[in-house]
Design a protein around this ligand. Structure first.
Ligand SMILES: C[S@@+](CC[C@H](N)C(=O)[O-])C[C@H]1O[C@@H](n2cnc3c(N)ncnc32)[C@H](O)[C@@H]1O
Length: 204
């Protein structure tokens, strides 16, 4: 199964449908304040798997210089319209080649869970490389163990998920060179049966 192909195709189709599920007052988005308060104004942030840029990229762009990356062309096209103050790249976030120490923080909401989990460690190591000394990550990762899961009708498209459980993810984040500041399980505001692990961590 080519999980990435399913995800890219799916998010290119469900641009409006997915956007309609996202709100700024939800618990997950409010967690951004925890990151914001630790960063000086004008800081450089990467939003990996930014989708249409709402609400996360827009929230961060009010205070910081934000770079959004997503591999679904239609998501990026809309993000450029909705958040004109940010810069966007249409790329696979597992293959990013920004120079070492490019960002003060990297944020990734609901994207890592769509990447085949055997790639997660390499992704975290690359985030670590691209962060400045003592930089932060705010990551949404899996709360439970899923190898390869698909849904034939997620907001109207076929979709794919793959992730480790919360304890494995926290251990992996530490092994990749981060100090965990806090971790929290957040219930999905649209699908209450789904839970996600949010982690704020700092590069050591
Ligand atoms: C559930 S949406 C989340 C969008 C946004 N972060 C938010 O909080 O609303 C997941 C996004 O991650 C993107 N994505 C998934 N895997 C990716 C990859 N390997 N590289 C780049 N983007 C990816 C999808 O295209 C999609 O736009």
């Amino acid at each position: 199964m080519d999980g990435k192909k399913i995800v890219k195709k799916g998010y290119n189709v469900i641009v409006e449908e997915y956007l309609a599920t996202r709100t700024e007052d939800s618990e997950d988005v409010q967690l951004l304040w925890e990151l914001v308060q630790r960063l000086p104004k004008g800081t450089k942030i990467l939003d990996a798997g930014c989708g249409a840029g709402m609400p996360v990229t827009r929230f961060l762009s009010r205070l910081f210089e934000v770079t959004g990356v997503d591999f679904a062309e239609n998501q990026i096209q809309l993000a450029r319209k909705l958040v004109p103050q940010a810069r966007f790249f249409c790329q696979d976030m597992t293959k990013l080649t920004f120079p070492d120490h490019s960002f003060n923080a990297i944020c990734s909401y609901y994207a890592i869970i769509h990447i085949p989990r055997q790639e997660h460690r390499k992704l975290l190591l690359n985030f670590h490389r691209m962060l400045k000394t003592s930089g932060f990550v705010l990551l949404c990762m899996g709360a439970n163990d899923i190898t390869d899961d698909t849904d034939e009708n997620y907001c109207g498209a076929r979709m794919y998920w793959s992730h480790y459980d919360a304890d494995t993810n926290i251990k992996m984040i530490k092994e990749c060179g981060f100090k965990v500041i806090w971790s929290k399980i957040v219930v999905d505001s649209t699908y209450p049966k789904a839970k996600h692990l949010f982690v704020l961590a700092q590069k050591i």
